[in-house]
Design a protein around this ligand. Structure first.
Ligand SMILES: *Cc1c(COP(=O)(O)O)cnc(C)c1O
Length: 348
């Protein structure tokens, strides 16, 4: 027992800390992300908060890319300022903007590449080089690309987080997150944030994720392949203004995406060509083979039209234009999904 207490992370004392099933999953996740160690926690949001909180104290400054995941935005702009941590949001597409935002007290650079709506990406090698020059820790949310298509550790990024709720579990039946980093960083996060904030995952959920991992490469590649077909189809459709898909040649940062990602994944955003909200509503109502729902990364295709966030009494309108629609492409065939989109686009 004395030995176990001296190193709780590598022993099994109490399941809020380590657990034999969770430990198997930690090893597999670390191997997938090319890091020395990993932690598995109760949500993607807790993976993000643990990684950020572990690397700031009162008086420190965070640089974060614009439009990160909504709860990451809340953590940095609302929760941490209560504890004396300041922040700057920058356009991460431009390394010069990141460089300009560095202050003497900057300790953390937070990246999300690509983000999960319009897919802006950052030059990971350049970001890590710049951060290292200034002694700044780098964190990236790699949920979108998954470990199958992008390994930020290979570009020198310090901490890689995922919402395992998405691709890593892949069956839309577990909420979880992972943190991947060096042994010393993982030990630090384990001993402070994970244990004190109680960010634990249940061993049963960890077992579900171990099942999900067995098909991770198959699921992610299938989802990516079908999404690429649909991106090309939508790109040529007269009722579509623009398609957002990082590995489509029309994407603003296509060249950088091709250099650092081996694939895209199944998220795909496009803009409808119409000036009528009624037409958008008709399009959305006509769609039958995409479930209208949040989240992504499972086996079934989903749709979020941004018109869902406009004209809601008592709420501010979303800054995203109401003609924008995000699709998540699951494991159905491309033709089956294309037929549905085709019929709905007729409504415009
Ligand atoms: C869903 C998501 C998160 C948050 O993960 P949860 O498991 O829902 O807590 C973080 N980042 C991205 C990009 C996501 O899509």
């Amino acid at each position: 027992m004395r030995q176990a207490f001296a190193n709780e992370l590598e022993n099994h004392i109490y399941t809020r800390g380590n657990n034999p099933t969770v430990e198997i999953l930690r090893k597999k996740i670390a191997a997938l992300e090319h890091t020395e160690d990993a932690l598995v926690v109760g949500s993607g949001a807790s993976a993000v908060s643990a990684s950020v909180i572990a690397n700031v104290k009162a008086g420190d400054h965070i640089i974060c890319v614009q439009k990160p995941y909504s709860w990451t935005y809340k953590l940095i702009s609302k929760l941490l300022p209560r504890f004396g941590v300041s922040f700057t949001f920058v356009d991460g597409r431009d390394i010069g903007e990141i460089n300009k935002a560095i202050q003497a007290n900057t300790t953390l650079l937070y990246l999300e590449s690509p983000n999960s709506l319009t897919f802006e990406i950052q030059d990971l090698a350049a970001c890590s080089r710049l951060a290292k020059e200034h002694g700044i820790v780098t964190v990236i949310d790699n949920s979108h690309a998954s470990p199958i298509f992008q390994n930020p550790a290979d570009f020198g990024i310090d901490i890689i987080v995922h919402s395992a709720t998405k691709y890593i579990n892949g069956h839309s039946d577990v909420v979880a997150g992972v943190v991947c980093a060096s042994k010393s960083m993982i030990k630090k996060i384990f001993e402070s944030e994970l244990m004190t904030l109680g960010l634990t995952i249940s061993p049963h959920d960890a077992a579900m994720i171990l099942r999900g991992l067995r098909t991770l490469p198959l699921r992610v590649r299938q989802s990516d392949e079908t999404a690429a077909v649909l991106a090309e189809y939508l790109y040529h459709h007269p009722k579509v203004v623009k398609v957002y898909f990082p590995l489509h040649p029309s994407f603003d940062q296509f060249e950088l995406a091709s250099r650092q990602m081996r694939g895209c994944g199944g998220l795909l955003t496009f803009q409808l060509r119409t000036e009528s909200k009624d037409a958008v509503m008709r399009f959305v109502s006509k769609i039958k083979r995409f479930l209208m729902a949040v989240s992504w990364g499972g086996y079934e295709s989903l749709m979020i039209p941004s018109i869902a966030f406009h004209d809601i009494p008592g709420l501010p309108d979303s800054p995203i234009h109401w003609t924008i629609v995000r699709l998540y492409i699951g494991l159905e065939s491309a033709d089956y999904l294309k037929e549905d989109l085709n019929a709905a686009l007729e409504e415009l």
